[in-house]
Design a binder for this molecule. Structure first.
Ligand SMILES: [Zn+2]
Length: 90
């Protein structure tokens, strides 16, 4: 991973940040360090579920980008329209 990515990630994982990513990062650290077996199991289940959602989304968007999703053309058109509208807004 490039240095810029590492720097950005360490900044994102700041202790005072309340975004979902930072909250999860802190929770994982706490449970790894001092959690019970049950808390570790619950965390694994939660992370496994979240990973499944991310993998599904990744495959869905990949299928849109490679044109194999049934509505890929319509969705791509919508994306281009929204890009153009944002450009006009400045
Ligand atoms: Zn954050």
């Amino acid at each position: 991973m490039p240095t810029a990515g590492r720097a950005r990630r360490s900044k994102v994982m700041g202790e005072s940040c309340e975004c979902r990513l930072c909250q999860r990062h802190r929770r994982v650290g706490t449970v790894k360090k001092e959690g019970s077996v049950e808390e570790l199991r619950a965390l694994v289940d939660e992370l496994y579920s979240a990973l499944g959602d991310v993998e599904f989304d990744n495959e869905y968007y990949h299928a849109i980008f490679d044109g194999s999703w049934p509505s890929a053309e319509e969705q791509a058109r919508g994306i281009l329209e929204r890009c153009a509208a944002r450009k006009e807004q400045g």
